[in-house]
Design a protein. Structure first.
Length: 321
């Protein structure tokens, strides 16, 4: 297995104050995340809003420094790369195409910006590469001279995808790339991204709160809760037989015609504040399987089959259905 991205015990801490004389408070947005992403695979990261998914994405992209730990891309630490080298290896596709594109630039300028930033690509070659990428994402050449305001949401996101791929990176970090789009357009963009991934041999880190979307896209799945990965393994295995109670509750929330009439347990409560996380397992205030150990001792990752899971109930066999 060729490892494209390795995340080693990454933590990202923010320090905040509510006032000039208030005590400093620490927010552990990402709290000890480790995983490896194989070249050519799609790893989905899911979890509720506020669990640290987007912060993790920005650390992996090098847009935020890790407070602890390291991120290796193609075997090299991000800390050892300059901005241009990092951009050639890994690129983002962000959530909202209405804010991620410069409204004052034309499409060809937006898509060609990464090439211009490299500083060694002639203008004529940039134009050719831009037109090639627009065609790959399903946009006609006449779109090149349009402004973003003249495009639909789906067209704007295709421009954002073309911009991400114009340097021919091997890794793309997709942070909720369809959540701002109409449902009718989401499937088109997801199918385009999957097609590009297969045609170009891309490696995706695909971040979403929507498990149905991740199921369509991912080879492997990581479930994130309050800054930690609580379950990780083959997407097929986790969707078929989830171990962690949080994963089970998330899957119960997915609409499924085959499961009409089956009793479901909704995810109760809210994600605790990362400023004051609960002791022990951070999920225990919402967990139907919590006991005294869960309330006092933070679980470590253990292997259950081909899945890594951080849960005392799984370790003790209390999660059987």
């Amino acid at each position: 297995m060729t490892v494209a991205v390795e995340v080693r015990n990454v933590r990202r801490v923010f320090r905040t104050r509510t006032g000039a004389f208030a005590p400093e408070r620490i927010v552990r947005a990402v709290d000890g995340v480790s995983f490896m992403l194989a070249a050519g695979d799609v790893l989905g990261i899911v979890g509720e809003s506020g669990c640290g998914k987007s912060t993790l994405a920005r650390v992996i992209l090098g847009l935020l420094p890790a407070s602890e730990g390291d991120v290796l891309v193609d075997g090299r630490s991000l800390l050892a790369m300059d901005r241009r080298e990092r951009a050639r290896l890994i690129q983002p596709v962000f959530q909202d195409p209405f804010s991620s594109l410069n409204p004052r630039q034309r499409v060809h300028e937006i898509v060609g910006l990464p090439l211009a930033a490299q500083g060694n690509v002639p203008a004529a070659q940039r134009r050719d590469r831009v037109m090639e990428m627009l065609a790959r994402v399903g946009l006609s050449s006449e779109m090149a001279d349009r402004m973003p305001a003249a495009l639909s949401g789906g067209q704007r996101q295709r421009v954002a995808i073309a911009r991400a791929l114009v340097l021919r990176p091997s890794i793309v970090v997709c942070d909720e790339p369809t959540s701002a789009l109409d449902v009718s357009v989401q499937a088109q963009i997801l199918n385009l991204m999957r097609d590009l991934q297969l045609r170009l041999g891309l490696t995706y880190l695909f971040i979403s709160h929507n498990l149905a979307v991740v199921r369509h896209m991912s080879d492997r799945l990581g479930v994130m809760y309050l800054g930690r990965i609580v379950e990780m393994g083959s997407a097929e295995t986790i969707f078929r037989a989830p171990r962690h109670p949080y994963t089970r509750l998330l899957l119960d929330a997915i609409p499924d015609l085959e499961l009409i009439g089956r009793s479901r347990t909704p995810v109760g409560g809210e994600v605790p504040s990362p400023i004051a996380p609960p002791p022990g397992c951070p999920f225990h205030p919402r967990c139907p399987l919590a006991n005294a150990r869960c309330r006092s001792e933070k679980p470590r990752h253990t292997r259950d089959g081909d899945v890594l899971v951080a849960c005392h109930a799984v370790e003790e066999g209390r999660n059987a259905t």
